[in-house]
Each structure stands twice: as C-alpha cells, then as structure tokens.
Write a protein that binds this ligand. Structure first.
Ligand code: PEP
Length: 266
C-alpha cells in the first residue's frame, strides 16, 4: 500500500510574516478538518530562510519541512549552497531534486541530480526527483523517451533499497504554472510508464513500492480525480500551495480517506 504524499513547493515566494502565518494557519486547519497525517504524508518546501521557523511551528504535528534544492557535497567552498548535512542537522525530512526550473535556469543536469539523490538518501533525507518533458517533446510524441532518459540518468548509481526511498514527481514542463493540467489519463499513463522503467531496472516488487507524484497546475478541484488514478500516489503543488486555505483542500483530497468532515465551530 503506497501512502499518499502531498507537497507544497513555495518556490521563491512569501516573506517572514507570511511564512509564520501560513504555518499557524495550516496547523489549525489540519486540526479543524481532522486530517489524519498517518494516512497522508505532507511536506512544505519553503525558501531556506523560513525552514527553522516552520520546523518550530510544525513540531510534533507530523507536517514535514523540505528543501527546494541542495548541493551534493558534504561541505566546502561552494558559495551560496546548502549541504545535505546542514539540512539533516536541522531536521529537514525531504528535498526536491531536479525541478524543471532548476534544470532550465540553473543548469541542473541528470548527472548532478544523480549525485544529489544519492547524497540525500545517504543523509536520511527523502529525495523527490522531478522529471518531465517540454511541450514540443510531448507534441512530437517523444515524451516517453525523454522521461526515460531523465530517469535513468538521474538514478544512475541508485540501488534497489535507495530506489524504494526515492519519490518521483512527473511534472510536464508545459503544465507548470500555466494553468494547463495534463489530463488525468496523460498523467496516469506517464506515471505507469515511469513505474515500468523502474520495474525494468529494479524489478516489479521495488517498482510497486515507489511513490510517484504528479505536478503541474494541481488545484483543489482536480486533485481528487488525479489521486483516484492507479499509478498517481501524490502531488507536487506550486501555485495552489501558497495559501493554506487552498492547500488544505488538496491535502484533504478525499475526506473519507485522510480526514473527516470539518469540526463544527460554535
Ligand atoms: C511546481 O512548482 O512543481 C508546480 C507543479 O507548480 P504549479 O502547481 O504552479 O504548476
């Protein structure tokens, strides 16, 4: 049984007060809606500078805090970078690796992603490896080959035990921040394809345990349909994760599964 995993990628948004307000608001809403965090994993990926405050606000709540990126080296002369050891030291549970914006604007490659996935796991941090094709690659019909190459390149040195700990986020670049969502069928077809690539390399038993998320204009009104698909186990959410009032509706995508009816407030 794969546990749903819902992530909020704030990207380069919010200021100190917004981050604190969001943290408190989310904790309250999770309580009010009786969301059972034993049934769904939730992680917030704020800019680095808000992590410590959110770790305090989320203490003992079960909400995880993740990083949007990290370097793969333990320490050293890498000005402006943050290491896996630093993240682990402050209790950070997960890290996004190879988001399309990092690949596009910061020269992230499959090779650097492979080192980051390996380093994250070595430090007990759950990596969320992002893969996804551009619009022209979708339209030319090459999308499966493109995603397979990204996957195999970014998982180069990963063994079966490490694979089980790695989350894959399928994020078609043409659907990120565009309001254009892949159809649930397109998203599930690719999630199933990703699972088959993992099965080819690591065997079906491993592939069946790997959490595969969809990301690309996920919203409160399309999450339930996406989560009902056979191979989609979670979501990586950008724009619609910026307000706790929207994100709670995504976390609680099926109140029959993860929460109950909201408590009645007198
Ligand atoms: C993302 O940042 O990974 C993302 C999917 O963004 P959005 O939900 O805004 O499309």
């Amino acid at each position: 049984m794969r546990k749903p995993f819902i992530c909020a990628n704030w990207k380069m948004n919010h200021l100190v007060n917004d981050a604190s307000f969001y943290g408190e608001d989310l904790v309250n809403r999770i309580k009010m809606e009786n969301v059972d965090l034993k049934k769904v994993d939730v992680a917030i990926f704020p800019p680095y500078m808000f992590m410590a405050a959110l770790k305090v606000l989320f203490f003992l709540t079960g909400i995880n805090v993740g990083a949007q990126n990290m370097h793969y080296a333990e320490s050293g002369a890498y000005t402006g970078e943050v290491s896996p050891a630093m993240l682990k030291d402050m209790g950070i549970e997960c890290v996004i690796v190879g988001h399309s914006e990092r690949r596009q604007y910061f020269n992230e490659t499959n090779e650097s992603c492979a080192k980051k996935v390996k380093a994250a796991i070595a430090h007990g941090i759950r990596p969320i490896l992002c893969v996804g094709e551009y619009l022209e690659e979708r339209e030319s019909g090459r999308y499966n080959d493109v995603v397979k190459e990204m996957l195999l390149g970014s998982l180069a040195d990963i063994d079966a035990d490490e694979m089980i700990k790695t989350v894959i986020a399928y994020e078609p670049v043409w659907a990120i921040g565009t309001g254009k969502t892949a159809t649930t069928e397109q998203a599930n077809e690719m999630a199933a394809f990703i699972r088959s690539v993992v099965a080819e390399k690591y065997g079906n038993e491993v592939a069946q345990q790997v959490i595969i998320q969809y990301g690309g204009s996920v919203k409160p009104d399309n999450i339930a349909e996406l989560m009902a698909m056979s191979d989609i186990d979670g979501a990586l959410v950008g724009g619609a994760s910026l307000k706790a009032s929207d994100f709670i509706k995504i976390i609680n995508f099926d109140p029959a599964v993860v929460g109950k009816e909201p408590a009645v407030v007198e």
